[in-house]
Design a protein around this ligand. Structure first.
Ligand code: ADP
Ligand code: MG
Length: 224
């Protein structure tokens, strides 16, 4: 059996004492090279679960293990370092920095992680070329189509070679045809890098291409 990359155990989430629980006793573990789809209607808790898995939010109860490590035992600095080196995040909206070119956007997380500028630039260009953006390396987000911006966001998410990619409706803002090609590219890159992924999507056709599918309903996570 391949090693576990992330394991969520007994996760419960309540945003405030007066709110009901968004997540109830959720278990999910993902192995190396495994792609998992997260399905569920709007408001069911997909983003909440991804934010907890990505160490961007705290669970109310339960445990997150990255590899063998219990994240609750780490300091904020250790969590930030872990997130930067091991976890990539792709959102529905690209969140690129408008004043930076495509290549600079992909360099940024590498520079923050301490990669030398020349190496970061080479890696960014290689990733963007691999995503059919060889003519757009120096374009700014405002000069790119929706699909192109989302490809830059994917390149940025994988720039530090994360072992885990978390994607929150990554093709949700794209037309169906563009969504299909962008999703295909995302799968190809993850596959080549032997990454694991948890991808929230409303698209059952795309979810069918993943190894396992989970539905969130009334706070509970069920394998389909
Ligand atoms: P999904 O991504 O499946 O649409 P979310 O995880 O965004 O669902 O939201 C799940 C529930 O948690 C919703 O009822 C939402 O209103 C609530 N929620 C999300 N974020 C917050 C927040 N920061 N504070 C309070 N409630 C929130
Ligand atoms: Mg969401």
């Amino acid at each position: 059996m391949k090693p576990t990359v992330i394991s969520l155990e007994h996760i419960e989430k309540q945003y405030s004492k007066k709110d009901s629980f968004v997540l109830r006793d959720v278990f999910l573990s993902v192995r190396e090279s495994e792609f998992v789809a997260l399905l569920g209607p709007s408001g069911s808790g997909k983003s909440t679960l991804l934010h907890i898995a990505g160490l961007l939010d705290h669970q109310t109860h339960g445990f997150v293990f990255i590899g063998e490590e219990d994240v609750s035992k780490m300091s904020d600095n250790e969590k930030t370092a872990l997130r930067l080196s091991k976890i990539g995040f792709v959102y529905q909206y690209h969140h690129l920095l408008q004043e930076l070119s495509a290549v600079e956007n992909v360099m940024l997380p590498q520079l923050i992680a301490g990669v030398p500028k020349k190496k970061a630039k080479e890696k960014a260009a290689e990733l963007l070329i691999n995503l059919d953006l060889e003519n757009k390396l120096h374009s700014f987000p405002s000069q790119l189509s929706g699909g192109q911006k989302q490809r830059v966001a994917i390149a940025r998410a994988v720039a530090n070679d994360p072992m885990l990619l978390l994607a929150d409706e990554p093709t949700g803002n794209l037309d169906p045809e563009t969504a299909f090609f962008v999703f295909h590219d995302l799968m190809r890159i993850m596959h080549r890098a032997k990454m694991s992924a948890i991808i929230a999507t409303h698209n059952y056709e795309l979810a069918a291409k993943m190894h396992r599918r989970f539905l969130i309903s009334e706070g509970r996570l069920m394998e389909q």
